[in-house]
Unconditional design. Structure first.
Length: 199
Protein backbone atom coordinates (compact mmCIF):
# COMPACT_ATOMS: atom_id res chain seq x y z
CA UNK A 1 0.00 0.00 0.00
CA UNK A 2 1.40 3.37 -1.01
CA UNK A 3 1.61 5.92 1.80
CA UNK A 4 0.52 9.38 0.76
CA UNK A 5 1.96 12.61 2.16
CA UNK A 6 0.09 15.87 2.49
CA UNK A 7 1.56 19.08 1.06
CA UNK A 8 3.70 20.73 3.72
CA UNK A 9 4.06 17.47 5.66
CA UNK A 10 6.63 15.66 3.51
CA UNK A 11 9.15 13.46 5.31
CA UNK A 12 12.37 15.37 5.98
CA UNK A 13 15.33 14.40 3.81
CA UNK A 14 18.24 12.79 5.67
CA UNK A 15 21.09 15.15 6.41
CA UNK A 16 24.26 13.88 4.74
CA UNK A 17 27.64 15.28 5.84
CA UNK A 18 29.70 16.73 2.99
CA UNK A 19 32.89 17.71 4.81
CA UNK A 20 35.46 15.99 7.02
CA UNK A 21 37.79 18.24 9.02
CA UNK A 22 41.11 16.91 10.27
CA UNK A 23 44.68 17.81 11.19
CA UNK A 24 47.53 16.17 9.31
CA UNK A 25 51.16 16.30 8.33
CA UNK A 26 52.09 15.93 4.67
CA UNK A 27 55.30 14.83 2.95
CA UNK A 28 57.28 17.48 1.09
CA UNK A 29 56.96 17.45 -2.75
CA UNK A 30 60.15 15.44 -3.31
CA UNK A 31 59.09 12.78 -0.81
CA UNK A 32 55.57 12.68 -2.24
CA UNK A 33 57.06 12.11 -5.70
CA UNK A 34 59.20 9.30 -4.35
CA UNK A 35 56.14 7.67 -2.80
CA UNK A 36 54.25 8.02 -6.09
CA UNK A 37 57.19 6.31 -7.79
CA UNK A 38 56.27 3.11 -5.94
CA UNK A 39 53.43 2.41 -8.38
CA UNK A 40 55.58 0.29 -10.71
CA UNK A 41 56.90 -1.77 -7.80
CA UNK A 42 53.39 -2.23 -6.43
CA UNK A 43 52.24 -3.66 -9.76
CA UNK A 44 55.22 -5.89 -10.42
CA UNK A 45 56.06 -7.08 -6.90
CA UNK A 46 52.69 -7.00 -5.13
CA UNK A 47 50.25 -7.33 -8.03
CA UNK A 48 48.33 -4.23 -6.93
CA UNK A 49 46.24 -2.87 -9.81
CA UNK A 50 44.46 0.09 -8.17
CA UNK A 51 45.69 3.61 -8.87
CA UNK A 52 47.58 5.59 -6.25
CA UNK A 53 46.01 8.66 -4.72
CA UNK A 54 47.24 11.98 -6.07
CA UNK A 55 50.41 13.26 -4.38
CA UNK A 56 48.47 16.27 -3.09
CA UNK A 57 46.40 13.87 -0.98
CA UNK A 58 49.28 12.01 0.70
CA UNK A 59 49.10 12.72 4.43
CA UNK A 60 49.20 11.27 7.93
CA UNK A 61 46.10 12.12 9.95
CA UNK A 62 46.79 13.28 13.51
CA UNK A 63 43.33 14.18 14.80
CA UNK A 64 39.86 14.21 13.28
CA UNK A 65 37.40 16.94 14.21
CA UNK A 66 34.42 15.16 12.66
CA UNK A 67 32.04 15.33 9.71
CA UNK A 68 29.91 18.34 8.87
CA UNK A 69 27.13 19.30 6.49
CA UNK A 70 28.76 22.73 6.47
CA UNK A 71 31.85 23.66 8.44
CA UNK A 72 31.05 26.67 10.69
CA UNK A 73 33.67 29.41 10.34
CA UNK A 74 33.64 29.99 14.10
CA UNK A 75 34.58 26.34 14.58
CA UNK A 76 37.42 26.66 12.06
CA UNK A 77 38.64 29.76 13.91
CA UNK A 78 38.78 27.82 17.19
CA UNK A 79 40.57 24.93 15.52
CA UNK A 80 43.12 27.32 14.00
CA UNK A 81 43.76 29.04 17.33
CA UNK A 82 44.34 25.69 19.03
CA UNK A 83 46.84 24.59 16.36
CA UNK A 84 48.71 27.88 16.59
CA UNK A 85 49.27 27.30 20.32
CA UNK A 86 51.36 24.15 19.76
CA UNK A 87 55.13 24.68 20.04
CA UNK A 88 57.12 21.76 18.64
CA UNK A 89 60.34 21.93 16.56
CA UNK A 90 60.57 20.17 13.18
CA UNK A 91 61.25 16.44 13.43
CA UNK A 92 61.88 13.43 11.23
CA UNK A 93 59.48 10.63 10.39
CA UNK A 94 60.33 7.31 8.74
CA UNK A 95 57.92 4.86 7.11
CA UNK A 96 59.41 1.44 6.38
CA UNK A 97 56.49 -0.99 6.08
CA UNK A 98 53.54 -1.52 3.77
CA UNK A 99 50.32 -3.34 4.66
CA UNK A 100 46.55 -3.32 4.28
CA UNK A 101 44.08 -1.98 6.81
CA UNK A 102 40.65 -3.55 7.21
CA UNK A 103 38.47 -0.83 5.72
CA UNK A 104 35.28 -1.78 3.90
CA UNK A 105 35.03 -4.90 1.73
CA UNK A 106 36.34 -4.05 -1.72
CA UNK A 107 37.73 -0.76 -0.45
CA UNK A 108 40.71 -1.66 1.74
CA UNK A 109 43.36 1.00 2.35
CA UNK A 110 46.92 0.10 1.37
CA UNK A 111 49.14 2.09 3.71
CA UNK A 112 52.70 2.91 4.68
CA UNK A 113 53.56 2.58 8.37
CA UNK A 114 56.71 2.68 10.48
CA UNK A 115 58.24 -0.02 12.64
CA UNK A 116 60.42 2.69 14.17
CA UNK A 117 60.85 6.33 13.28
CA UNK A 118 57.38 7.57 14.21
CA UNK A 119 57.96 8.23 17.92
CA UNK A 120 58.39 11.99 17.48
CA UNK A 121 55.23 12.05 15.37
CA UNK A 122 53.31 10.26 18.14
CA UNK A 123 54.60 12.80 20.66
CA UNK A 124 53.47 15.64 18.38
CA UNK A 125 50.04 14.06 18.01
CA UNK A 126 49.71 13.99 21.81
CA UNK A 127 50.80 17.63 22.16
CA UNK A 128 48.23 18.67 19.56
CA UNK A 129 45.60 16.66 21.41
CA UNK A 130 46.34 18.55 24.63
CA UNK A 131 45.88 21.87 22.81
CA UNK A 132 42.58 20.72 21.31
CA UNK A 133 41.21 19.55 24.64
CA UNK A 134 42.26 22.85 26.23
CA UNK A 135 40.22 24.60 23.53
CA UNK A 136 37.21 22.34 24.31
CA UNK A 137 37.38 20.69 20.88
CA UNK A 138 36.17 17.11 20.83
CA UNK A 139 38.63 14.58 19.43
CA UNK A 140 38.60 10.84 18.93
CA UNK A 141 39.90 8.62 21.72
CA UNK A 142 41.01 5.96 19.23
CA UNK A 143 44.61 4.75 19.51
CA UNK A 144 46.91 6.65 17.16
CA UNK A 145 48.49 4.52 14.44
CA UNK A 146 50.64 6.61 12.12
CA UNK A 147 49.94 5.68 8.50
CA UNK A 148 49.94 7.21 5.04
CA UNK A 149 47.28 5.84 2.67
CA UNK A 150 48.54 5.02 -0.83
CA UNK A 151 45.34 3.73 -2.43
CA UNK A 152 42.18 1.71 -1.91
CA UNK A 153 41.95 -1.80 -3.36
CA UNK A 154 39.81 -4.92 -3.26
CA UNK A 155 42.57 -7.23 -2.10
CA UNK A 156 44.56 -7.41 1.09
CA UNK A 157 48.33 -7.67 1.35
CA UNK A 158 50.38 -8.95 4.24
CA UNK A 159 52.71 -6.55 6.03
CA UNK A 160 56.19 -6.38 4.57
CA UNK A 161 59.26 -4.19 4.85
CA UNK A 162 60.13 -1.57 2.23
CA UNK A 163 63.09 0.71 1.70
CA UNK A 164 62.64 3.42 4.36
CA UNK A 165 61.02 6.69 3.32
CA UNK A 166 62.12 9.58 5.53
CA UNK A 167 61.29 13.26 5.56
CA UNK A 168 61.33 16.19 7.97
CA UNK A 169 57.92 17.29 9.23
CA UNK A 170 58.00 21.08 9.19
CA UNK A 171 54.33 22.10 9.31
CA UNK A 172 50.89 21.16 10.55
CA UNK A 173 47.86 21.51 8.29
CA UNK A 174 44.10 21.65 8.89
CA UNK A 175 42.24 20.03 5.99
CA UNK A 176 38.62 20.16 4.89
CA UNK A 177 38.02 17.01 2.86
CA UNK A 178 34.95 17.13 0.58
CA UNK A 179 33.43 13.71 1.17
CA UNK A 180 33.04 11.64 -1.99
CA UNK A 181 34.68 14.30 -4.17
CA UNK A 182 38.42 13.60 -3.62
CA UNK A 183 38.96 17.30 -3.01
CA UNK A 184 40.89 18.96 -0.18
CA UNK A 185 40.75 22.55 1.05
CA UNK A 186 43.55 23.58 3.40
CA UNK A 187 42.04 25.72 6.14
CA UNK A 188 45.33 26.53 7.86
CA UNK A 189 49.08 25.88 7.87
CA UNK A 190 51.40 26.31 10.85
CA UNK A 191 55.20 26.01 10.54
CA UNK A 192 56.58 23.95 13.39
CA UNK A 193 58.65 26.00 15.76
CA UNK A 194 60.03 25.54 19.20
CA UNK A 195 63.21 24.68 21.00
CA UNK A 196 64.61 21.21 20.63
CA UNK A 197 65.06 19.41 23.98
CA UNK A 198 68.78 19.11 23.21
CA UNK A 199 69.23 22.90 22.81
Amino acid sequence: MTQLTLPGFESPRPVIPEHHLFYAVMPDPDTAARIAGMKGWLRSEMNVKARLLGTERFHITLHSLGNFVRVPEVFVARACAAAAAVRVPPFGVTLDQISSFKGQPGHRPLVLTGSTGTEALADFQQELGKALRAANLRISSARFKAHLTLLYDEGRVEQRAIEPITWTVSELVLIDSWLGKTHYDVKGRWPLKGRSPSV
